[in-house]
Design a binder for this molecule. Structure first.
Ligand SMILES: Nc1nc2c(c(=O)[nH]1)N[C@H]1C(S)=C(S)[C@@H](COP(=O)(O)O)O[C@H]1N2
Ligand SMILES: [Mo]
Length: 500
């Protein structure tokens, strides 16, 4: 009886440990080749987990856990992926024992793990390497000399140790290789492939933003140096620009379709547009600004212009979709460049939408379809209870507090009110009893751009509360009433208490 050695508990435990080691090595093998991309087994697994999760759970994760939520999602995906490959290894061990052949067992485990990885990722090389890593760990264990029955993979101590040791080695190597793969996308200078005259405009706009930025080192400049990223994917979708197309469908006179080349051949424009995520906390950091290069959406609609319908749905390559009033397309923009570079994968390569006045989620990345609707429909986040259509809330953030050489404290931050613009920011250093106008950065061109503010004051030497509030371009004061991010964006006045 070939499987007679699975008689005692200890053998079971060892067998599981061996399979688990092989599973870990398999995940590391997939990572080694793919890096943190959709070809890495945990990528699509994390995406599926997030998409299947009930709206309340996701909302809890966004509002209460913040970034920890997405880290937990990736962790869960890693565990699940490891278990999937462990299953493959276990199958191989079992069948190998059944047929009394170590080689066959390792082979089956490798094929099973490759198949599972391929089913999840559709990535050939990374899947083969994942399977190979699983097979290798089992082979190291199986062919170590042992006193156990010759042909089976009896999990005695020495074999398990051999398997675990090889899994550790493979995993360390895999993590090192995969990390290199992930960070190989480095930032480059202004190198967008557009005509020199457009590059010159980009340079001058970026210089303008630089000059208008308040000279405060620890404050994010007017063009963010580190633009936040939020989407439903654990790994950035990889869209091939040559295969990509954008179609305009639905209640239009004539459906149209554009290739990437079509769009790149159109007359480009550069625009500053700020984005803020509806899910961020009041004083969160998911508010940023960039200079985008692309074309107005209206340029794609042809002579008939906007149809007489209520709304529009944007759809994307990652399965994301968002709906908003059709009129917003008038200011809508399609960006393929960001701060003088090709639009990064994480921000929607090859083309994303920018819809001024609305929350971040409406600015669909990896855009593939603009569908004109006759009736309202829910977007991805609206199905989960959120309201991402604008107008966005007015907010003044307080992110910087430093002591000046003259002993005063300087507080600073950004203010944003979507297309209404920011007229004024006021600061109180006595909990809201008295207010002083803050210094504002000069307005950048554009109709949906943030500003910076700063204010220096004599430290009172005792505990006090600094409160900040903005007035939008229509003269309306930011409401004091506090609300959570869910469902329509956080509101209220940001305040911080200092001890002296
Ligand atoms: N295709 C797609 N587009 C998307 C999302 C997404 O998950 N998928 N997330 C949206 C959300 S919630 C926000 S806040 C913005 C963030 O854009 P950024 O990642 O470039 O900052 O993208 C929006 N566009
Ligand atoms: Mo968002």
């Amino acid at each position: 009886m070939p499987i007679e050695w699975i008689t005692d508990r200890l053998a079971y435990v060892r067998l599981l440990l061996l399979a688990l080691s092989a599973g870990v090595a398999g995940v590391a093998g997939s990572f080694a080749v793919a890096g943190f991309t959709p070809s890495f087994i945990a990528g699509p697994v994390a995406g599926t987990l997030a998409r299947r999760m009930p709206g309340v759970v996701i909302t809890f994760a966004i509002v209460v856990l913040g970034d920890l939520g997405s880290q937990l999602n990736v962790l869960a995906a890693l565990v699940l992926s490891t278990l999937l490959l462990t299953g493959g290894a276990f199958l191989g061990l079992g069948l190998g024992a059944r047929f009394g052949s170590r080689g066959l067992g390792c082979g089956i485990a490798a094929v099973a793990a490759s198949t599972v990885t391929f089913a999840v990722t559709r990535a050939v090389v990374a899947s083969v390497v994942a399977g190979g890593a699983v097979g290798l760990v089992l082979a190291v264990a199986a062919f170590l000399p042992s006193s156990a029955p010759v042909r089976t993979l009896s999990p005695d101590r020495r074999r398990v140790l051999g398997g675990v040791a090889s899994a550790v080695a493979i995993s360390l190597g895999g993590v090192a290789l995969g990390t290199r793969e992930t960070t190989s996308q480095t930032r480059s200078a202004i190198d967008l492939d557009v005509e020199e005259s457009v590059l010159a405009q980009i340079r001058s706009s970026l210089t303008e933003a630089d000059q208008k930025s308040l000279d405060i080192e620890t404050l994010e400049p007017l063009v963010s140096s580190n633009f936040y990223q939020v989407d439903i994917n654990a790994t950035d979708p990889e869209v091939d620009a040559d295969q990509w197309s954008l179609s305009i469908t639905g209640a239009v006179e004539k459906e149209r379709s554009f290739t990437y080349e079509d769009i790149r051949d159109m007359e480009p424009e550069n625009r500053f547009v700020s984005l803020r995520c509806v899910g961020e906390s009041l004083n969160g950091k998911k508010l940023d600004n960039a200079l985008w290069t692309g074309v107005p959406i209206m340029d794609l609609l042809g002579p008939e212009g906007l149809p007489d319908e209520c709304c529009v749905m944007l759809r994307a390559a990652d399965g994301f979709f968002e709906e908003f009033p059709l009129a917003a397309l008038e200011d809508g923009f399609l960006a393929y460049g960001m701060n003088g570079r090709e639009l990064p994968r994480g921000h929607g390569y090859p083309v994303r939408a920018l819809i001024p006045g609305h929350w971040g989620e409406i600015n669909v990345k990896w855009l593939t379809e603009i569908e004109v609707l006759e009736e309202e429909q829910d977007g991805y986040w609206e199905k989960r209870g959120w309201h991402g259509t604008g107008p966005v809330n007015t907010v003044a953030k307080l992110h910087v507090a430093n002591e000046l050489e003259d002993g005063r404290r300087r507080v600073a931050g950004h203010a944003y009110a979507g297309t209404r613009g920011i007229q004024q920011v006021e600061v109180s250093t006595d909990g809201g009893d008295t207010w002083t106008e803050a210094r504002l950065s000069e307005q950048l061109p554009g109709n949906d751009v943030w500003r910076q503010w700063s204010h220096a004051y004599e430290m009172p030497g005792e505990q006090h509360e600094v409160v900040v509030r903005a007035t939008d371009g229509t003269g309306e004061l930011q409401p004091r009433e506090e609300s959570d991010a869910f469902p329509s964006g956080a509101s209220g006045w940001v305040s911080k208490t200092y001890n002296q």
